[in-house]
Each structure stands twice: as C-alpha cells, then as structure tokens.
Design a protein around this ligand. Structure first.
Ligand SMILES: N[C@@H]1[C@@H](O)[C@H](O)[C@@H](COP(=O)(O)O)O[C@@H]1O
Length: 403
C-alpha cells in the first residue's frame, strides 16, 4: 500500500487529482477503449472533484471517453432528492465536465427489484472491462463505500443496512435529523472494490484518524473494511496531517521517508509509463484467466483468486434430502424431514453450505465407545474400533463439516 501524507486537505486533494489526470491521460482512452473510473460521494472527495473540474477547464484532461461507476446510493429517497448520490454527483462533478450521461452509472436505490439491480450493476462493471481506478473515501468506522463493520471481505454489490454511527455521521446532510437519514443503501462490495486495477483512498481530518490508524497500522480486519486494501497490489491512501493524529510517529516518519527516497530516485509514485494499462484488445468481459501473466507491474489481484464470492442473490442451498445410500440404515429419515441437531450430520457429506449446519462436538465423534479408554493404549483402541466398523461405515467418508 502506498501512503502519502500532505499538509492539508487542499494539498491531499490536489495530489489525488493530479494522479488521476496522469492516469487518464496516460491511458489515452478512446470510445472503444474508455477509462473506467469508480467514484465516491461524501464531503471528502469534494476537493478532488473541484480540482478535476479545474484541470478539465484548463484543457488538461478530458472525460469524453471516461465511464464511471459510483460506489453506492441510498435506498428510499427520490433520485432528485438534494442528498441523493445522483444529485451529489451531477452537482459537484458531472455537470462541469464533458462526460456523456450514458457513460455515468449510479445504482438505483428505487429499483423495483433491488437485488436484481445489484447483480446487473456488477455485470455492467464487467461489461465495461472492469474498473481501472476506484477512488474512495472512508467512513469514520473505516468503511469503504457502505461496507459497514462486519461486512464480508468477499462481498459484492448488494443491499446494506447502515450502521448507527454512519446514520449519525450522515445526518449532517439531512439537517441533523436522524429520522430523515436513509437507513439502507445499495453499495458495491469490498470484493468489487478489490477487483479494480487500482484503488485510491482519500482520508481527511481528525475524525478519520482512528479509522486510518486501524486500516494502516493493523492487519486486514473485517471490522474496518477499508483495511482489506492490504490485499490489493495497487492501493494508495492520501491523507492530510490531521488524519494522522492516531498513527505512531514512527509510521508517519516511515512513509514520509519512503516518499523522499523515491523522489530522490526520480519518481514520486509509480510512474504512469510503468503502470499497467488494460490492453484494448481484451474481451469486454473480465475473465481473469485471460489476462496476461502477472508481472511486477501488473500483478493479479490476489483476492480475485482467493475470494470467489457469489452475487448476493445466489445462496447455495443445503440439500434437504441427501442420497439415502449415504446414510446408514438406522439413521435414515424420510426425504422431507428437516435435519435437527440430533441427526448424525457426519454422514451427510454433500452439503454445499456447511456454515449453516448446526454442529455439536458429539456429531464429530464416531462411535461413543471410542471415547471410553477401554485400553491404556488409545492407538490400539482405534485399530480395534476400525476393525469392528461395518463395511458400510468403512465405505462412507467421514467429513468434519465445521472445520
Ligand atoms: N458511503 C459514503 C462513503 O463512500 C464515504 O466515504 C463516507 C465518508 O463521508 P465523508 O467524506 O463525508 O466523511 O460517507 C458515506 O458513508
């Protein structure tokens, strides 16, 4: 993770805007090969949007061939509500640059089928070629997008209930009236963000200091979901001095030193010319196996290999009626019988969702007699036990479903 500390919010925002302009220009997007940008809302990115608009007006960057996907949107407030993320984005950014409205994607928090909306959003991201650069802010509780503490690090775009702290923090946009703050939102998942080719986070002000400390100095932790960025090969955090208040002096010094050394070597951050860009010839859908072999400059995101999450709507179901052949005769039940804690689960080895299986230690233990040390030599007891097992028992693989 690269980490840049700037004196104040304006300098941090300018740093990020410069970086984004470099990345877009280096990519040289065309209509057939657009640059795909993931975008956040909140007060934090306002300075970045302002700087990007200025750079656009100065003729230094164009959004003509940029496609955008916003991170999240509230559920249940009209799209034209002044605090909807649709309104926010058009007010602060889109209306001031030359982006094509058809290239703008924001989740619809009023969609008739919210789950379908989420699944389609992921499909649209893939169809666009995946996100080249995801810009993000951070909640006071360390959330990224609306992935509140405890969110699965393998999560994808889905419906999310907001944490009380987030409702409280966002009430400042709703006249400090908690009742007016939406309690639910649609959000990209942690895994959706991790699959971007690059993630750039801005953290400003003392109220982000604790979350920043947890995310920078501590390990990957589902209670501070932005910390999942440690799993990303190209993530960057840019903060101001105030946001470093909870960091160790040693940490601040370490990252400042690294930046100085890098600058002395002739570069400040990874040079755009060295940075991997998505080849124009790639298929429109992302199939990671078809990407070129990973290199030091374009590693495969580890997470896309480690975490293969399914869309929120595709929960594999536990079979209610495993093949009777797998179940010893004395344990067989009728096909419609729901299994209870007393059922011998160890013989049902085909469940795709062991997480939801009730478990008792007793169910992991074989014959009760095995536990009784009838002999001072347990190994010998085990051999005796195995010899005494019926042929059916020997054929039936025993599965420790909760391990
Ligand atoms: N969903 C958004 C986040 O994407 C954003 O990072 C966070 C921080 O907001 P702010 O920048 O105003 O502190 O607010 C909301 O919760």
């Amino acid at each position: 993770m690269r980490f840049f500390i700037r004196d104040d919010a304006a300098a941090a925002s300018a740093h990020v805007a410069n970086y984004m302009v470099d990345r877009i220009n280096h990519f040289a997007p065309t209509p057939a090969h657009p640059f795909v940008l993931g975008l956040p809302t909140g007060s934090t990115p306002l300075g970045v949007y302002k700087a990007l608009v200025e750079r656009y007006k100065a003729g230094e960057v164009s959004f003509e061939n940029v496609v955008t996907f916003n991170m999240d949107e509230y559920i249940g407030i009209p799209r034209d509500h002044p605090e909807s993320y649709h309104s926010f984005m058009w007010k602060h950014f889109f209306s001031h640059v030359n982006i094509h409205p058809s290239n703008v994607h924001i989740l619809d928090g009023n969609a008739p089928n919210l789950e379908a909306e989420c699944v389609q959003y992921e499909a649209k991201i893939q169809a666009a070629g995946g996100i080249d650069l995801f810009l993000a802010g951070m909640g006071e509780d360390g959330h990224i997008a609306f992935n509140e503490p405890g969110s699965s690090l393998a999560s994808r775009t889905r419906v999310k209930t907001l944490a009380y702290g987030t409702i409280l923090a966002n009430s400042r946009f709703f006249n400090d009236d908690l009742d007016k703050v939406p309690k639910m939102a649609l959000t990209v998942g942690v895994q959706t963000v991790l699959e971007a080719r690059e993630v750039v986070v801005v953290a400003l002000g003392a109220r982000k200091a604790l979350a920043l400390q947890r995310c920078v100095e501590q390990g990957v932790n589902h209670m501070w979901t932005l910390s999942a960025l440690h799993l990303h090969p190209h993530s960057m955090i840019v903060c101001d001095e105030d946001a470093t208040l909870e960091l160790q002096v040693k940490t601040v010094k370490y990252f400042k030193d690294i930046e100085q050394v890098a600058r002395a070597q002739g570069f400040e951050q990874i040079l755009p010319s060295k940075f991997p860009i998505r080849p124009a010839t790639l298929p429109t859908t992302i199939v990671t196996d078809e990407f070129p072999a990973p290199t030091i400059h374009s590693p495969q995101p580890t997470t896309s290999r480690l975490l293969r999450a399914t869309p929120a709507t595709e929960y594999p179901l536990r079979s209610r009626s495993p093949s009777p052949d797998l179940i010893p005769r004395h344990l067989r039940v009728t096909p419609d019988t729901e299994y209870t804690q007393d059922t011998e689960y160890s013989v049902i080895s085909r469940s795709p969702t062991p997480d939801f299986m009730p478990d008792r230690m007793a169910s992991r233990i074989g014959e009760p007699g095995l536990l009784r040390r009838s002999t001072p030599n347990p190994a010998q007891g085990l051999q005796q036990h195995q010899r005494s097992r019926s042929p059916l028992q020997n054929l039936t693989p025993r599965t420790n479903i909760m391990t």
